[in-house]
Design a protein around this ligand. Structure first.
Ligand SMILES: NC(=O)c1ccc[n+]([C@@H]2O[C@H](COP(=O)([O-])OP(=O)(O)OC[C@H]3O[C@@H](n4cnc5c(N)ncnc54)[C@H](O)[C@@H]3O)[C@@H](O)[C@H]2O)c1
Length: 374
């Protein structure tokens, strides 16, 4: 059978950690014929452009996205800086792989989603964990009814506090950063993807701020419940304030799914490969001098081996490039799903703040207003 791929002219906006990972994968992909990079930091732009063999480099994402060679874009800027480059991509009408979230503000996220849908753009969002094999295996069992009707899901996400500190140090608006919105969203996406036929109707949550509150006006942990129209309950928690020495590099996750006819538990804590060393390591997420024990494989994008990224972000990027080049159907999160995840995480944060249940879906205009629901 003869197959033909469309050549891709790829724009990468944001050459940080993720822009580099994805750029290196793209540089190896057969269909990618041209790569342009927009990176605001000149030193970083130079370094990343050399590593990915960029054909064009600029500090201005608009200049890049206007280039005639560009046929698809990866938007990998900081969480709160996605909107402008996404809108530039919408204007050009190109398919996009966007890092989560669409926007950090719910009203902006709704606006971006509307623009994407109106322009009929194939825009997907980087919920990378959908590409880990264990989550895919579980998806298949839930989808094909092996568990009967799912009635209860529980997820526990434990992270050391390095990601939280990194996020709070980079912002002057700590109230926009929360463990649910930034990190809890990954577990939430997996579970909501499993429960995609069900409708969430209400949520309730409480937060704790004993460690990051005094230091950064931040939140340590949030525990909550999402209730569905058919009585199903999703019970979730995330703490991103564990000691720096906690060996899960970023994400240690346990999920249990109970149905009327079965149960499925997933251990994604990465305790299966434990590394202990006498001297600090040079690889991993923000290596810290105090961390000498690591659960290898817990860094969400994957691990570097023999000079290449191995793991879910590589599979996700390759799969998206195949989607663009060959029209393959893939399991990427849609922009509508990404907006839904932001809405749910904002609703959980609001519930924790108000210490009362919040009806779903949460409308953007309900945030920041005196809450009327009693
Ligand atoms: N899917 C995952 O597993 C995963 C993992 C880590 C991060 N992320 C997401 O990826 C995104 C990027 O995270 P990161 O860790 O790479 O951040 P980072 O800070 O390392 O990189 C962001 C880069 O974007 C650049 N930038 C910002 N605005 C720009 C603009 N308009 N034009 C050009 N360059 C611009 C910055 O200078 C910076 O170099 C975030 O949304 C984050 O949530 C996803």
């Amino acid at each position: 059978m003869k197959k033909s791929a469309k050549g891709i002219g790829l724009a990468i906006v944001g050459g940080g950690r993720v822009g580099l990972f994805r750029g290196e994968v793209a540089a190896r992909h057969m269909a990618v014929e041209w790569i342009g990079l927009a990176e605001k930091n000149p030193a970083r732009a130079k370094e990343v452009a050399a590593k990915i063999g960029a054909d064009f480099v600029t500090a201005d994402h608009r200049e890049l996205i206007r280039r005639p060679e560009v046929t698809a874009a990866i938007i990998a800027t900081d969480e709160h800086l996605h909107v402008d480059p996404i809108m530039a991509g919408v204007e050009r009408g190109i398919p996009m792989l966007i890092e989560k979230p669409l926007a950090t503000d719910l009203a902006q996220s709704a606006r971006v989603l509307k623009a994407i849908e109106r322009a009929k753009i194939d825009a997907v969002v980087g919920y990378t964990q959908r590409f880990r094999r264990k989550w895919l295996g579980a998806k298949e069992k839930v989808r094909t009814g092996a568990l009967g009707d799912v009635t209860l899901v529980s997820s526990r996400a434990f992270m050391n506090r390095l990601v939280a500190i990194d996020n709070y140090q980079r912002t002057d608006a700590p109230e926009t950063i929360s463990p649910m919105v930034i990190s809890g969203t990954h577990a939430l996406d997996i579970v909501m993807w499993y429960l995609e036929k069900k409708t969430p109707v209400e949520c309730y949550a409480r937060s704790i701020d004993k460690v990051l509150g005094p230091l950064y006006r931040g939140i340590d942990a949030t525990a909550g419940m999402i209730m569905f129209g058919d009585g199903t309950v999703y019970h979730l928690n995330i703490s991103w304030a564990l000691p720096v020495t906690w060996p899960g590099a970023v994400y240690s996750l346990e999920v249990g799914i109970v149905g009327t006819e079965g149960v499925l538990t997933i251990d994604d804590t990465h305790r299966d490969i434990v590394l202990a060393v006498s001297a600090p390591q040079s690889e991993g997420y923000h290596p810290d001098q105090r961390r000498l024990v690591d659960f290898m494989g817990s860094y969400p994008p994957g691990d570097m081996a023999l000079g290449e990224l191995r793991g879910p972000m590589r599979e996700e990027t390759d799969s998206w490039l195949n989607r663009v080049a060959m029209g393959h159907a893939t399991q990427h999160a849609t922009a509508a799903e990404a907006h839904n995840r932001l809405m749910l995480t904002k609703a959980l944060d609001l519930s924790a703040k108000l210490k009362q249940a919040v009806p779903l879906p949460l409308q953007p205009q309900e945030l920041g207003r005196e809450w009327k629901y009693a």
